[in-house]
Ligand binder design. Structure first.
Ligand code: TXA
Ligand code: MG
Length: 310
């Protein structure tokens, strides 16, 4: 399978592959036509740039024109893993990859199949392997649901984290979180030795990470965020309940209890969105996520759920 995938990538085709976060739709980052195919297949706007996936830290220098000390420290600490670094790009990095921006996003995924593929083929651009606007795929069957059988999928089973990587821009004096993820901002701050700010969406300003302006991750069902349990469960709603609670009767099949297990919710969220559509629920109601909780994972969950609502 790997050999065939490598051949396809080298011939300019795309291959879907697992990472620890979500499945990626991989193509040779140095082949303009292959990258263009990724945009066309996904139906992705040209101004939404792609992440270049590498297999060794030193490849940072092939794509970034400047690598601040802090970026290297972060790569050494968190790679392979769910962290994406946005750095000034080298002039030879294709404009189609970066959506014309002067920066490039780089990450080393923590998955043996992904690393083998990158090592044998080349650095890969890899957006999440879903049609634009749909929930990201965390299982091979999600990729097939969006694209049919025409795209080769390397099967790595279910992804262990389930939400996309934390995206940060590393400047000389500060770091900006462009997309929250599993890694806590405080941890980034202490490893990098630089202050970390989180980009709060300001509708009057152009977003710094273009992807953040698009609706995303959305099932057909209406997604609701709620602080309290409903007086009565409604049969047309799929409930994902975060806090610990016990039920007097048997838990109905449209109610999933997470007992404060945020990692489990993150791992399952997109699969639950897709399940809601397959089972034709009108609504998905996620109950009890606390805004005040500033951990990476809760902020990442809230961020994806809000995008699914917009
Ligand atoms: O976990 C992940 O990051 C997954 C797996 C497959 O690695 N990939 C992923 O890619 O989520 P994608 O294309 O779905 O999301 C990439 C995000 C977008 O929000 C995009 O706007 C942002 O990264 N991005 C890419 N290049 C950027 C740049 N130069 N400056 C700012 N944001 C950038
Ligand atoms: Mg995506």
């Amino acid at each position: 399978m790997l050999d065939q995938a490598v051949k396809r990538i080298k011939s300019g085709d795309v291959v879907a592959f697992p990472t620890e976060t979500v499945y990626g739709l991989g193509a040779d980052a140095r082949n303009r036509d292959a990258v263009d195919l990724v945009f066309r297949l996904k139906g992705r706007p040209a101004d939404n740039p792609l992440i270049v996936h590498i297999s060794e830290i030193k490849q940072l220098f092939d794509f970034a024109s400047e690598v601040p000390e802090a970026a290297l420290k972060l790569a050494e600490k968190f790679w392979p893993g769910p962290l994406t670094l946005v750095l000034p790009k080298k002039s030879e990095v294709l404009d189609i990859v970066t959506g014309g921006l002067p920066t490039v996003a780089l990450r080393m995924p923590d998955h043996p199949l992904a690393l083998d593929l990158i090592r044998e083929a080349d650095p890969l651009v890899a957006p999440s392997a879903n049609k634009s606007g749909r929930p990201s795929p965390t299982k091979p069957e999600h990729v097939e649901a969006d694209f049919g059988k025409k795209i080769m999928v390397l099967d790595g089973g279910a992804c262990k984290l389930g939400l996309e990587s934390t995206v940060i821009r590393v400047d000389q004096n500060e770091i900006t979180v462009l997309r929250p993820g599993h890694i806590d901002p405080q941890e980034i701050e202490s490893v990098a030795g630089l202050p970390v700010k989180t980009e709060k969406p300001d509708p009057s300003k152009a977003p710094e990470s273009p992807g953040m302006k698009y609706s995303h991750y959305a099932p057909d069902a209406q997604v609701e965020l709620s602080t309290d349990l409903p007086a009565k469960f409604s049969s047309d709603t799929f409930y994902l309940i975060v806090p610990k609670m016990s039920m007097d009767t048997e838990t109905p099949e449209n109610v999933i209890l997470y007992s404060n297990n945020y990692s489990k919710l993150a791992e399952e969220l997109y699969d639950r969105f897709r399940q809601a559509d397959l089972q034709e629920y009108k609504n998905v109601s996620i109950i009890g996520l606390r805004e005040a909780d500033e951990t990476g994972i809760v902020q990442a969950l809230l961020n994806r759920i809000r995008k699914a609502q917009s």
